[in-house]
Write a protein that binds this ligand. Sequence first.
Ligand code: GTP
Ligand code: MG
Length: 327
Amino acid sequence: MPTSKGSKQIKTIRDLPGVGPATASKLIDAGFGTLEAIAVATPQELSAAAGIPIATAQRIIRAAREALHITFKTAYEVKLERMNAKKITTGSRNLDDLLGGGVETKTITEFFGEFGTGKTQICHQLAVNVQLPIDKGGLYTGDKPVKAVYIDTEGTFRWERIEAMAKRWGLDPDEVMKNILYIRAINSDHQMAIVDELFNIAPEQNVRLVIVDSVTSHFRAEYPGRENLAARQQKLNRHLHQLGRLAEIYDIAVVITNQVMARPDVFYGDPTQAVGGHVLYHAPGVRVQLRKSRGNKRIARVVDAPHLPEGEAVFVITNYGIADPEE
Ligand code: GTP
Ligand code: MG
């Protein structure tokens, strides 16, 4: 098994070469308190945060990455990890089956669709459901309480919905709400800084679900039009990369939403083809398209996922949350 020289001793950021006590406290204050956080930082960020030269920052990042990635896994271990991947129930058996058991940890799941298709309701439901015991479809093992982070960019979070959804499972609504860490992201930079900060908070707080509802709205507003598309996508890709790292390192389910418009101009071909499209276009993850159906019924379809069964799932939005249709 290949190991890198000297990396065995590196257990905390204080062990990194070039990090003295003063630099260490600056890094911690700026949200780079773990090897993981440093490993995914850019040299520019570290340099600005700790007042160190770019070259030193590069050396620190390289050392942190080496310390974290010293061993290979066998393919068999990859298989076992995948088989042990944990799933969070959506509240609808149909939707869970479509997703291969529910929303998975170590993965980004994107729900995209028009307004009112249930993206935000699914987010609320998952923030509750992650707290359920394992045998009920959550991630609670009877040990530390499981927490969810809810990053709200549109101001559509409603504690009343959490209360109703918690009561559905016989959970104490106030306790459930205490385990949901809510934050309103005011612009795309703030949104990205929040995710950076989660590299410190997630392990301390036992965060197992991170929601970004919606992941795209600030980016769309700040980078309007075709001429800004490349810059917007570049920044969004960095954000998605950070979210993916967070999911992978701390065994977290990341759920993002993305409002897209159906194309009224398309008569031939696929009328559900979305304007804007899904954001996980080139990033790993599961993309779920939502459509409206009659009344409170909604239709979900997984796109571009060779490992999941084809087809659609019908679920309903009720007063007590996401569920299966009665008939
Ligand atoms: P945008 O954020 O606008 O893109 O929409 P969205 O996809 O997030 O939609 P959202 O999840 O907000 O779903 C809205 C739907 O949920 C509407 O059809 C509402 O009627 C329904 N809904 C919201 N709250 C309740 C409730 O308390 N009871 C019931 N029965 N339905 C609700
Ligand atoms: Mg919404």
